[in-house]
Write a protein that binds this ligand. Structure first.
Ligand SMILES: [Zn+2]
Length: 461
């Protein structure tokens, strides 16, 4: 809203102003962002959000419904790491860029190319008196969350990273995800150390319903990453954790929160379209909750991006103009758990079809998977008959893994899904934002711009 000030007052205030009228903006000169929620959908390149639109499409209607991702798309981001690592980033370098605004080498956690520690937006928010929260579906000391919370020259120093969460001073008011293996060890029990610092510890999703107010929370729900969404007792566990975390973080000074849909990336590495879409469904549910939260709390900003794309997913492949996500919409378990079943049960077209929620399976296709299973079992029994000495340096055949790969390939063939890699790709990723100041993330930006803008927003009052 604009207001015209009388000439007299203006000339009294502004001696150098020759104009007879001056426009004063009555909206606050600087924004007031109270809460900032940063979401990283690990590995979710643009093919994933396109795929999800068709996967989520209601086939009973003529139109293709837009998704919550379409609704809040504001631009795209480059993801390349520091030049020493080329053009293709890993999650550590990208998360460090998103958290600190500085590009670094692949594998670096919150340190620059000279291994100097970097301040992150989470650290700054804490320093400014805001509460901080981290909610992820990986282990809490995995690359992305660790890059916001801590510093280490190498992402796989998992125990060191977990130790640093305590040793550098606890800087999260809520920390939820997996990681028993790293927090409860023979040499050190970090859970007990958290408890000694009056942090409330939980280890089951049920306890999320009953968190004590005004206490910091540590919630660990798995040895490493959480069970993948499609097989978990709570298929919407990211959404469940987020819903529980936010009331703990709300306070008069606001909060900064990192949410990571960690396992979209893992599904991408596994070239597993079924699991990727299940992880995205959980993320969509999380966004739907946050949309309502922002409506009620308009001084909140939500920014969502991916750190990179994974797997080189393509929505249709092999020169065929067809993608058939409807075939996997009704699947209620992962190909890995179907593989575990067929490790113990006979593979037939009808049994496979039943487990694959009705996908038609021919005898040739079933026989192919059965022979892969037979060969893998033979290799395993040969391996097991070797002496300890002979086993050294040999890879132990994994029958379930072999069946799983064959099932995933069958699903790809049926749905016509393509993959070009088991790793990351350097394609630009989409950026989504809603709530106050969302326009600050629009257009073609770089991943470091996201941190730079968040730093500015934290300082602006
Ligand atoms: Zn990855």
């Amino acid at each position: 809203m604009k207001k015209i000030l009388p000439t007299l007052i203006v000339s009294a205030l502004l001696t150098s102003c020759n104009s007879t009228q001056i426009q004063i903006d009555e909206t606050p000169a600087k924004p007031n962002v109270k809460n900032i929620i940063m979401i990283i959908a690990d590995g979710m390149g643009p093919a994933y959000t396109s795929a999800y639109r068709y996967y989520a499409d209601d086939p009973k209607t003529e139109e293709i419904e837009t998704t919550i991702f379409d609704k809040y798309l504001v631009g795209s981001s480059t993801t390349y790491p520091a030049s020493v690592s080329g053009y293709v980033t890993d999650s550590a370098a990208s998360a460090t860029a998103l958290a600190s605004g500085i590009k670094t080498y692949n594998g670096a956690i919150g340190v620059d190319t000279n291994k100097n520690k970097l301040e992150t937006v989470l650290h700054r928010a804490k320093k400014l008196g805001k509460k901080t929260g981290v909610v992820v579906t990986s282990q809490v000391n995995h690359a992305t969350p660790a890059s916001y919370i801590s510093h280490n020259e190498y992402r796989r120093n998992y125990n060191e990273l977990a130790d640093s969460y305590i040793d550098n001073g606890i800087n999260t008011d809520v920390l939820l995800g997996g990681g028993w293996k790293y927090f409860i060890r023979k040499d050190r029990n970090l859970v007990n150390e958290y408890k000694a610092q009056s942090v409330h510890y939980i280890d089951s999703y049920q306890e999320l319903n009953n968190l004590p107010k005004n206490k910091a929370i540590l919630g660990l729900f798995a040895d490493e990453g959480l069970v993948e969404a499609i097989d978990d007792v709570d298929k919407y566990r990211l959404s469940t954790m987020t819903k529980a975390a936010i009331p703990q973080l709300e306070n008069s000074k606001g909060f900064f929160m990192l949410i990571e849909a960690s396992q979209i990336d893992w599904a991408g590495h596994g070239n597993d379209i079924n699991s990727a879409m299940a992880e995205m469904t959980d993320l969509e549910k999380t966004l739907e909750y946050l949309e309502v939260f922002v409506e009620k709390n308009p001084d909140t900003l939500v920014v969502l991006t991916a750190d990179h794309s994974t797997g080189g997913l393509t929505v249709a492949a092999n020169g065929i103009y067809e993608w058939k996500p409807q075939l996997i919409r009704d699947l209620q378990q992962s190909s890995n758990s179907i593989a575990k079943y067929f490790n113990k049960h006979e593979l037939s077209p009808s049994a496979l079809s039943e487990k694959l929620a009705g996908i038609e399976v021919s005898k040739i296709e079933a026989d192919n998977i059965a022979s892969i299973k037979t060969i893998a079992k033979k290799k395993l029994s040969t391996y097991l008959s070797l002496s300890q000495e002979q086993k050294k340096g040999q890879y132990k055949p994994n029958v379930i893994k072999e069946i799983n790969i064959a099932i995933k390939k069958l699903i790809d063939k049926k749905t016509n899904t393509g993959w070009t890699s088991g790793g990351h790709t350097a394609i630009d990723v989409p950026v989504f934002a809603f709530g106050t100041e969302k326009h600050r993330f629009s257009g073609a930006i770089d991943n470091t711009d996201i941190a730079k803008t968040i730093f500015k927003l934290l300082e602006e009052k």
